[in-house]
Ligand binder design. Structure first.
Ligand code: A3D
Length: 320
């Protein structure tokens, strides 16, 4: 059986890290695609030259022509521009929407059977637009944000409690932006929900609130430190977990920006929800019960995503 083909559309910071992880994890062969001449070819060759040292077998190539992604099983999209300090994700909308149009057309023409993971910001609007531009089935086009946001939440919680990150589970719902909804009730340490840990005196409500806020600001914290770009190691690792679940039919329960039609009272919109990812793509949307304040936070987040989608329609009439 031949190895799966993984196309990385965008060979910047995240694209290069994705290619390296695909190699190290032996998930398949990699085609890096970018409009910048030489960048995808140079990164592919550099990583290929690391393969004898690390001992992995993976064919890595770079290209500036969409024909190279032909027949890809997975496409991970990072093409576009990232934030700079002082910019919000939403400031990227106009530029990255145009990029999604060319990427969507390139995928439709060359890799129509792929599972497509979008990472380009503003995430919830870009994955929506990418699905529209590509015309691929909705369960095969998904956005990466929830895995990253919950990984940040888990990391901060593990630090606070002085326990292994492996024993911390966390849940983040909603759009990937300032309105994201970290759910403390559904987040646990060793299976114990966070509100119980407050009662047990392991932490205080104030500390928990500060961690929730730090999670919401997690992307901006990295942008502020790096000054020339945004996070790329953790975003790449998060998208790889989603790709691996698809390729190996693991049926992992992962929060993703998925098309929701019916659940959570939503009508055909992309937003961060718990999903099951398997060989068919998004195989299930998990609808959890929310209390009043959680529902209010989710509604606010949904409104913010709807605003961005409307802005996309205003920019590109073909989306209306
Ligand atoms: P960067 O290192 O700038 O890479 C982007 C690459 O896209 C560059 O190599 C560009 O040449 C390339 N590119 C630009 N236009 C096109 C095009 N039309 N076709 C093909 N390639 C093109 O950015 P990055 O890798 O750090 O980030 C990529 C995107 O991910 C940005 O939009 C970030 O905002 C976003 N991002 C999202 C998250 C989420 O959690 C959703 C996290 C971090 C970054």
């Amino acid at each position: 059986m031949s190895r799966p083909k993984i196309a990385l559309i965008g060979a910047g910071q995240i694209g290069g890290t994705l290619a390296h992880l695909v190699g190290l994890k032996e998930l398949g062969d990699v085609v890096l695609f970018d409009i910048a001449e030489g960048t995808p070819q140079g990164k592919a060759l550099d990583i290929a030259e690391s393969s004898p040292v690390d001992g992995f077998d993976s064919a890595l190539t770079g290209a500036n022509d969409y024909a190279a992604i032909a027949g890809a099983d997975v496409c991970i999209v990072t093409a576009g521009v990232p934030r700079k300090p002082g910019m919000s994700r939403d400031d990227l909308l106009g530029i990255n929407l145009k990029v999604m149009k060319s990427v969507g057309e390139g995928i439709a023409a060359n890799a129509p059977n792929a599972f497509v993971i979008c990472i380009t910001n503003p995430l919830d609007a870009m994955v929506w637009a990418l699905q529209k531009f590509s015309g691929l089935p909705k369960e095969k086009v998904v956005g990466m944000a929830g895995v990253l946001d919950s990984a940040r939440f888990r990391y901060f919680l593990a630090e606070e409690f002085g326990v292994s990150v492996k024993d911390v589970t966390a849940f983040v719902l909603g759009g990937h932006g300032d309105t994201m909804v970290p759910l403390t009730r559904y987040s646990t340490v060793g299976g114990i929900p966070l509100p119980d840990l407050v009662k047990m005196g392991w932490t205080t409500q104030e500390k928990l609130d500060a961690i929730v806020q730090r999670t919401r600001d997690g992307g901006a914290e990295i942008v502020g430190l790096l000054k020339t770009g945004s996070a790329f190691y953790a975003p790449a690792a998060s998208a790889i977990a989603m790709a691996e679940s698809y390729l190996k039919d693991q049926k992992r329960v992962l929060p993703c920006a998925a098309n929701v039609d019916g659940a959570y009272g939503l009508d055909d919109m992309y937003v961060g929800v718990p999903t099951v990812i398997g060989a068919k793509g998004i195989e299930k949307i998990v609808e959890i019960e929310l209390d009043k304040s959680e529902k209010a936070m989710l509604d606010k987040s949904i409104e913010a995503v709807k605003g961005l989608v409307e802005a996309c329609k205003g920019i590109d009439g073909s989306l209306a």
